[in-house]
Design a protein around this ligand. Structure first.
Ligand code: ADP
Ligand code: MG
Length: 374
């Protein structure tokens, strides 16, 4: 991108500023702040009930916040009803017009925008092709399966040329193969339109595979917003680390801040590349290390004790396609998982019951405030 364009200050496509919301006196969103850039693909992930759909409904204008403002392209739309906001929404439950054919459903937006009969039918057919439903054009929605209706709803939203499209688990009802196809197509259409997509999904692979950034929600709060690499490699807290993938976790006391930081666990000294700011010397931390960053090595009886080298015994080995998942447990009962790739080379493969050393580099070790993680 030319520098002149890059430096142009554009308003966020969507800006949530201090949004709070409750239902029946129960707070479901707490002081949410979020900017989504024009042309960005943002995925919202989080457990069921964490408030993802409520965020979408607030942006779409189907709910009003109790506190805070919603901006679309720099305009405060907090008081505007849904039909006056320049966003399109595809919800889990697709409200198609039952008395119109599939083609007419998809052509509805272009018709409202004054497109000619020819133009809108061409456009509707183009998007029905995209969602792999070219033969359903003349049928009624209720003659189609749930998954097909969902794809019609998607085609209808896309045919509006939306600058902002809100998608709430739009592929949830589809089988794996179709979902993979649709993920690629959606990403392609989004790039072609230059549209801003906000995409709610409970499928993390989908979020990691499609999104420019992920917003991670937990119980009505945004725990972290960042690129897939940022949220996976540098989770903001232990809960995010465990929610996005898996992690070896254990408790250790912070001894001193240094490079690297030093902690003491029951089973030996630990050095950590990252220690949360709020932790001081003497505090108990919850330490997390990804299984991909954890390796098991043969025990060297000559070796002096060293940080991040933990004596354990191999208790389980599972080979899943190209990866090997091994599990070892210390004498004190602390379990560690290691995931490595079978790369053809003769790497160390211990037998069940063998003594091993669990190893990880300090850079892979992150120490967080100790808190419940589920
Ligand atoms: P998610 O989409 O992440 O599963 P939701 O946004 O649907 O979560 O819901 C967040 C919380 O708000 C849940 O506890 C849910 O029960 C509650 N909730 C959502 N909509 C309503 C409503 N219309 N009335 C009362 N409670 C609601
Ligand atoms: Mg939902």
């Amino acid at each position: 991108m030319p520098t002149s364009l890059k430096q142009q200050k554009t308003e966020p496509a969507i800006s949530l500023r201090g949004i709070s919301k409750s239902y029946d006196g129960r707070a479901v969103l707490h002081d949410l702040w979020l900017d989504v850039e024009p042309g960005e693909f943002l995925a919202i992930v989080g457990p069921s009930g964490s408030g993802k759909t409520t965020v979408m409904r607030l942006i779409g204008g189907f709910e009003a916040p109790e506190r805070g403002r919603v901006f679309i392209a720099g305009e405060d739309v907090t008081a505007l009803p849904a039909e006056r906001r320049k966003v399109n929404t595809v919800f889990q439950s697709y409200a198609l017009f039952p008395h119109l054919s599939v083609l007419e459903n998809v052509a509805y937006g272009p018709r409202m925008q004054g497109a000619s009969r020819r133009q809108r039918q061409d456009k509707a057919r183009q998007f029905l092709d995209l969602v792999r439903l070219p033969d359903a054009a003349l049928r009624r929605p209720q003659e189609l399966s749930g998954g097909m209706q969902q794809r019609v709803a998607l085609a209808r939203a896309l045919a509006n040329d939306p600058t902002v499209l809100l998608l709430d688990e739009p592929l949830g009802a589809l089988d794996r193969k179709l979902r993979d196809e649709m993920q690629r197509e959606l990403r392609r259409v989004q790039a072609e339109l230059g549209a801003t997509f906000i995409y709610v999904t409970h499928d993390q692979d989908e979020a990691f595979g499609m999104a420019d950034r992920l917003a991670v929600m937990r119980a009505g709060r945004l725990e972290q917003v960042g690129t897939p690499g940022e949220v996976y490699d540098a989770p903001a807290n232990a809960w995010v680390a465990l929610f996005l993938g898996s992690a070896n976790t254990f408790r250790a006391r912070l001894e001193r801040r240094a490079t690297p930081n030093l902690l003491a666990a029951d089973f030996g000294p630990i050095t950590a590349g990252y220690v949360a700011d709020e932790l001081g010397a003497g505090d108990l931390a919850l330490v997390a290390v990804r299984p991909e960053a954890t390796t098991f090595e043969p025990v060297d009886p000559q070796a002096a004790p060293a940080p991040n080298r933990i004596a354990a015994r191999l208790v389980d080995v599972v080979t899943i396609g190209p990866s090997i998942r091994q599990r070892a447990v210390t004498s004190g009962g602390q379990a560690f998982e290691s995931v490595t790739h079978r790369d053809g080379e003769a790497s160390f493969v211990p037998a069940l019951g063998d003594a091993v050393h669990v190893r990880f580099s300090p850079q892979a070790v992150r120490a967080y405030r100790d808190e419940p993680t589920h």
